[in-house]
Design a protein around this ligand. Structure first.
Ligand code: IPM
Ligand code: MG
Length: 355
């Protein structure tokens, strides 16, 4: 498997390193080769080339089987114009790779129940929610602009989806629901937004092809509330780009920490982009404090969706679970009587479980 590596900014490089350690353990066990090619994106690319997404990066990524990304962004680049910010590199890469379907599983490891901000009785015997976020359309990519000056300066971003875009993301979500609990919640704001009304109509139309899936519609404000009130009612959630951005951060906290949530971004082919959902956390960068589990779990998703290596993906997930069973924790998921360790040791212990 040919993997393009984008360590990125802040804690990106140190967590990427842990994911690579784990992949090396997998390659030893399964006697299979992974080749890694490092490329620049985000702040690191701006510093070296002046651009957040150099052409070479796009080319190497397009010619790979999968792209693994640490994280991008940081205060240092916050005052650049929008199209030159590190985040513009990430959005450009998602678009260039055509990865319109962002899968963000929020799974609560039973060992981390007490690290969740929710009470035990709300979490019950666990959580397993799959958030499917549309990733290459909506308000992130709509027409935007600014006009006027001073008090009359205005700025706008527009949210636009075509039926074709809604259908292709909905299909992914319906298919995933078929392989799981057969329940799909579509999140929109159809009581206010025209765009959401088209979203809802299109999903309802498609539902005819999936008679076994129980489809439900929820306004985004209600969904945000229901996620903390009764998260176990959810199986698969499908929603647009911005609502998905917000709800997936919320869902991650249910699992104990933002540092636990991986993601896979998929398009029409096998090529996928894999990244933890958290950001670059500049405040703890280089301090060996970051939780590498979201990155390591993203590597598992990479083997599952782009590598066709389901067994190896499960090995990684089991290895994470085994290390948590032994009481090892990074700071973000630390609890009394557990053993606090750093980023590098967490990577060593998890890769050590893969034999
Ligand atoms: C995410 C991040 C990105 C997004 C940022 C860094 C552009 O928040 O992957 O959720 O908004 O998509
Ligand atoms: Mg986000």
């Amino acid at each position: 498997m040919k993997i393009a590596l984008i360590p990125g900014d802040g804690i990106g490089p140190e967590i990427t390193q842990q994911a690579v350690k784990v992949l090396k353990a997998v390659s030893n066990k399964y006697i299979t080769e992974f080749s890694f090619e490092e490329v620049l994106m985000g702040g690191a690319a701006i510093d070296k080339t002046g651009l957040p997404l150099p052409d070479k990066t796009i080319k190497v990524c397009q010619e790979s089987d999968a792209v693994f990304l640490g994280a991008v962004g940081g205060e240092k680049w916050d005052n650049l114009p929008g199209h030159l910010r590190p985040e513009a590199g990430l959005l450009g890469l998602r678009k260039a790779l055509g990865v319109f379907a962002n899968l963000r599983p929020a799974i609560l490891f039973p060992q981390l129940k007490a690290a969740s901000t929710l009470k035990g009785e709300v979490l019950g015997d666990g959580l397993d929610i799959m958030v499917v976020r549309e990733l290459t359309g909506g308000i992130y990519f709509g027409k935007r602009g600014r006009a006027g000056e001073g008090e009359s300066a205005r700025a706008w971003d527009t949210m636009e989806y075509s039926v074709a875009e809604i259908k292709r993301i909905a299909r992914i979500a319906f298919d995933l629901a078929m392989g799981r609990g057969k329940k799909l919640t579509s999140v929109d704001k159809a009581n206010v937004l025209e765009n959401s009304r088209l979203w809802r109509e299109t999903i309802i139309q498609l539902a005819g092809e999936y008679p076994e899936v129980t489809l439900e519609h929820m306004y985004v404000d209600n969904a945000a509330m229901q996620l903390v009130r009764n998260p176990r009612q959810f199986d698969v959630i499908v929603t647009g780009n911005m609502f998905g951005d917000i709800l997936s951060d919320e869902a991650s906290m249910l699992t104990g920490s933002l540092g636990m949530l991986p993601s896979a971004s998929l398009g029409e082919g096998n090529l996928g982009l894999y990244e933890p959902i958290h950001g670059s956390a500049p405040d703890i960068a280089g301090k060996d404090e970051a939780n590498p589990i979201a990155a390591i779990m993203s590597a598992a998703m990479m083997l599952r969706y782009s590598g066709g290596m389901e067994d190896a993906a499960q090995d990684i997930e089991n290895a994470v679970s085994a290390v948590l069973d032994k009481g090892y924790r990074t700071g973000d998921i630390m609890e009394p009587n557990m053993k606090r360790i750093g980023t590098g040791e967490m990577g060593d212990l998890i890769s050590g479980e893969i034999k």
